[in-house]
Each structure stands twice: as structure tokens, then as C-alpha cells.
Design a protein around this ligand. Structure first.
Ligand code: SF4
Length: 379
């Protein structure tokens, strides 16, 4: 079966206050070493994959801030990928960009390399909120980025929008949503700010310098946001993902549907030939391993129980829910075997879970509480 290819570009210009993704501060010398190692990793993966299907179904470059990349190093790596694997023309090819570092020049180059789905980390059009998040861009950078995407004729692109920020009112959110809808992006990631342990944001919240909205306000923002986007003809196909029909992210759908993917770069995860593994997180460990010709991977030995739990967690985040027959065919066990029967009945009777036509899914009300419901449902 064709598989999705993910590349983690591990560099950023700064550290946003809320972010706990793995990244290093950008350094051109370190980036060159990273690409050297990445080429070795790609060759080793192709060797390990000998005798299996080499067709790639989607490509996704995330980070970090991939719009900082050296263009010729990225182009060279993609040439290698196309030599070692089969990359059909026109497959979905996404790249994450930040508004301050995506330009007409690099967007043009990405397009020439085959990118057909740039993603813009806009987050908000409110300058004060962007500052609070320690984002480097301002609203003008975001307008310019979308303008350039339109000039270059990208008919598929996505934007990230964040909500539930300290000090954010419904009115502010509503103004932000108007701006996002005006840009008419085919895809919107609408996600809630979470306070990750150890981040500068967490420290400010712990010391009372910032106050996060309570759960009720966050849910009202989520519900209000989804309603507004739905009125604007977007459909929610996953808890945090909305799209115009036909513009859902195929790469992410692959993760949620349990298809294979190969992740390259520090901290990337893979699921190939029935095995799960993750790359070492630190750039330096990643470089050292590949310098000695060894893939920087750690196998995930989790068993079928963990896989079932993961499939349920991901499936319930999807608007389409979990198909009982597909689940049983994949794991040889029924969906019920992982449910707490008492809580299942309670959640079904309260209308949070819908169970019909062989599919279990969350209702509109239930999806607001997806994580909490999943926790209660699993035994
Ligand atoms: S640019 Fe993105 S990956 Fe980098 S620190 Fe900010 S949120 Fe994290």
C-alpha cells in the first residue's frame, strides 16, 4: 500500500510561549548538517523498504518552521526522494509556513518542488494576542502570505487559528473569525490553546500573571466558532479541522484511518510494515546516529491493546466516527470489548454518543468533550 511521507524540519527562529514541540533555534550550519543526515536517513529507509511498495501517497513537511529552509537543500532532498521512491504527480504535498518567513520567492520555489498545499500558521489577527504567544509575525504578514498564495494560484491551502487565549473575549474571537472567513481558505485548523508543562506560558499561568479562560468560556468559544464556520460553508470533519468539501487533509486522514506513514527527521514517528517507531528527538543525537550509518529509531513495543485505544481515540475525534466492521476486521476484536459498558450506556442515553448504522460517533455536543468522553468510555 502507498504510504504517507512526513518530514520534521526541526528549526525555528524563536520559541513561542506555548509551544512544546521539539525544535532548535535556526542555524544555517546546523541545517546543512541536518540535510546531510536526512539524505542518509532517506537512503537507509529506502534500503529497509526494499521489496515493499515504494509509492508515496502524500507528503507533509512540518516543524518547526519549514519556511526557514534553505531552498536548494530541500530541493536536493526531494530529488533524492523521487529517485528512491515513487512519487505520483499531483499527490497532496503540504508544507507548514509561518507568515513572517514565507515570501513570494520561497512560495514560488515550493510550488516548483511540487507543493500544492501550503499551510499558514496565522493563529490570530489580533496583534496583542500574537505578542502574548510570542509569535514573530503581525497581521500584515498574514495578509501578504495569503495574497501571495492566491497570486501563485494555489487553490488548496490551509490556515491555523487558535482560540481560548488569556484575555480573549467572544467579541475578539468573532472579529478574528470574520478575518479568517474573508480570506476564504479551503482548510482551517481551529484549535484550543493548551498550557503545556514547562513552557513560558505555563510559568505565567502558574504565577498568576496570565489567567486562562475557564472551561465554560472555552467551550462557548469552540461552539461559537464552529457555528460561524459552518454558516460560512465549512464542515468539521475532525474535532479541530474544518474544510470546504473535498479539501480535507488527506495526509492527516491517513493517520486517523490507521494507514502507513514514514516519518523522517528528529522526533518524527512512523508506522511501516506493521511496526511503529519514533526517531530520536534531539537534533544532535539524530546527527550522531546517522553519521555512524545507523537509523535513529526507537521501536514502540506497544501491543494490540494500545493500538485499539489509539484507534478509538482518533476515531472519536473524526466526525464520521468508528465503523464497527472495519474496527473488528483490523483488530480481530469488537469495539465493545474496549468500552466500559456502564459508561457507554450513560453516554449514549445522555446523547453524547450516537450509535447507528454500524458506526459509533460523538454527537455535536459530545465532540466538544471528545477527550473527556473517550477517557470515560475506555476501560
Ligand atoms: S513557530 Fe511553531 S514550532 Fe516554532 S516555536 Fe512557534 S509554535 Fe513552536
Amino acid at each position: 500500500m502507498p504510504f504517507g511521507l512526513y518530514l520534521h524540519f526541526p528549526f525555528c527562529r524563536n520559541r513561542c510561549s506555548y509551544c512544546d514541540f521539539y525544535k532548535e533555534l535556526f542555524d544555517a550550519g546546523l541545517e546543512a548538517q541536518f540535510y546531510d543526515a536526512l539524505r542518509t536517513e532517506t537512503e537507509l529507509c529506502a534500503e529497509a523498504h526494499a521489496g515493499h511498495d515504494r509509492e508515496i501517497s502524500t507528503i507533509f513537511i512540518g516543524g518547526g518552521t519549514p519556511s526557514l529552509t534553505n531552498l536548494s537543500l530541500l530541493a536536493d532532498w526531494l530529488t533524492l526522494v523521487r529517485t528512491l521512491f515513487t512519487v505520483p504527480a499531483g499527490i497532496e504535498f503540504s508544507i507548514e509556513t509561518n507568515p513572517e518567513s514565507v515570501t513570494l520567492e520561497n512560495l514560488t520555489a515550493f510550488k516548483q518542488m511540487g507543493v500544492n498545499r501550503p499551510l499558514f500558521g496565522i493563529q490570530s489577527f489580533n496583534l496583542a494576542l500574537l505578542k502574548l504567544l510570542d509569535r514573530r509575525h503581525n497581521p500584515d504578514d498574514s495578509y501578504r502570505a495569503i495574497y501571495n498564495a492566491n497570486v501563485l494560484g494555489f487553490d488548496n491551502f490551509g490556515v491555523d487559528m487558535i482560540f481560548g487565549l488569556p484575555g480573549q473575549s467572544m467579541k475578539m474571537l468573532s472579529r478574528d473569525i470574520d478575518e479568517f472567513v474573508d480570506l476564504n481558505p479551503p482548510h482551517i485548523s481551529f484549535y484550543q490553546l493548551t498550557v503545556e508543562h514547562g513552557t513560558p506560558l505555563a510559568r505565567k499561568v502558574e504565577t498568576g500573571k496570565l489567567v486562562m479562560p475557564n472551561q465554560e468560556s472555552s467551550m462557548a468559544m469552540y461552539r461559537g466558532g464552529i457555528e460561524r464556520f459552518t454558516e460560512a460553508a465549512y464542515h468539521r470533519y475532525e474535532v479541530s479541522s474544518l474544510a470546504r468539501p473535498g479539501f480535507e487533509c488527506r495526509h492527516n486522514l491517513g493517520y486517523w484511518e490507521g494507514r502507513e506513514y514514514l516519518g523522517l527527521g528528529p522526533s518524527a514517528h512512523s508506522f511501516m510494515q506493521g511496526k511503529r517507531f519514533a526517531n530520536l528527538s534531539s537534533v544532535r543525537d539524530y546527527l550522531a546516529s546517522l553519521k555512524s550509518g545507523v537509523r535513529p529509531i526507537v521501536y514502540d513495543e506497544s501491543g494490540i491493546e494500545d493500538r485499539m485505544v489509539e484507534a478509538i481515540m482518533l476515531g472519536l475525534r473524526m466526525a464520521r466516527g468508528i465503523d464497527r466492521h472495519q474496527f473488528a476486521a483490523r483488530f480481530g476484536r469488537s469495539l465493545e470489548s474496549r468500552f466500559d459498558p456502564h459508561n457507554y450506556d450513560l453516554l449514549r442515553n445522555s446523547g453524547h454518543i450516537v450509535d447507528e448504522d454500524g458506526v459509533v460517533r460523538l454527537s455535536d455536543e459530545g465532540i466538544l468533550l471528545a477527550d473527556e468522553i473517550t477517557r470515560r468510555l475506555l476501560k
